[in-house]
Ligand binder design. Sequence first.
Ligand SMILES: *Cc1c(COP(=O)(O)O)cnc(C)c1O
Length: 438
Amino acid sequence: MTASVTQISPSSPSSPRPFHHPQPESALHCGKVSLETLAKRHGTPLYVYSADQIVERLAIFQEALAGREHLVCYAVKANSALAILKLLASCGAGFDIVSGGELERVLAVAPEAAGRVVFSGAGKTLAEIDRALTAGILQFNVESEAELEVLAARAAKLKTKARFALRVNPDVFAETHPYISTGLREHKFGIDIRRALGIYKSVAGNRWLEPYGVSVHIGSQIRSAEPFGAAIERVSKLVRQLKREGIALQVVDAGGGLGIDYHAGHFDAAAKVREYAEAVENALEGFEGRLLIEPGRFLVAQAGALVARVLYVKRNGKKTFVITDAAMNDLIRPALYQAHHEIAPVRPRAGRPRIVDVVGPVCESGDFFARDRKLAPIEPGDLVAILDAGAYGMAQSSNYNTRPRPAEVLVEGSKARLIRRRETMADLLWPETFTVEG
Ligand SMILES: *Cc1c(COP(=O)(O)O)cnc(C)c1O
């Protein structure tokens, strides 16, 4: 249960979101653009992202790491919109991909960024490995000995050398939702750090494999810098051991996972990143090489909102339900992780706040955005903005209940650009057949 009504103040430097009311009487805006105008033009549900905030967040990381050679590899899975990838590539970002599909997205908009791509994931297929080798990506983050063997075989076949990092599992516990915690030995991710030294040594002479780095990723939505430092300390120890054995790694990849504050009205993103960068840097002790990081959520979550229109307000017994035209197929985080999202009326009404559930039309009781939430009065036809929806929102959307996915708009200064049109029924039916061949 949330006690307070979401307060959206005029934008201030400590405001973690680009959504604000320029005047007390005006509609909620993204930067200089009214969400009311966007909803009228493009319909709802509608994802709206601030390009300006995404660029600003990337710059915060780049500045915090300026003391050493580094590359910020945006985790594509958080939001893989082509326009956002293009934007980040133009600002010098690299990319962390977890599938061949994500590689194709990067190559489609920024072929020149192929050399800034790291490929993570525990189940890379032969075709995906071949494509990444041919494209000349920076580094394969290898998650098992079996995968390393396959990588060597494919590199030999293509007569090229594969730069690899073992993704080690540091056995560090990080406080987050169990579904997005990945740094313990019991998780499927990575290789037990105690076995890594032996594996690097075993492939030391292989002419198709270049031991290039070591990587770690302990989970997602981790709010404290401490577990990152603990993980990198263990990684640093391994790097020093390897150096003594004559294997000099050039890269430490610290993964992603830095969390945001889904609740607060004030959150100092720059201070959080500096604290994180300091913990990582301190733990690197004497390592002279390049630092890679793979933030996803931190770059894009707060830049985005899902704008929905209220269809009905109904009372069942003691409960009041606000039913929106957006649903769990558009944003599944509340259903999947019990995630909290602040919800802001686009044009707040005066009057006493009420305790309501905000839900979608899908036939599942898990189809909710908020439960027992205190909100300003809401009437059918009103617009609401579900905040902090830029990461793992559209990226995890589906067509469940045969619902076309939302359109997406990217706001840059005073300009708003449609970057993905709303799906049509024809898009949804297109791949299927129903005739019976005689
Ligand atoms: C998901 C993932 C990330 C990004 O995580 P965020 O919490 O969005 O920062 C980075 N690296 C790897 C390997 C991942 O699986």
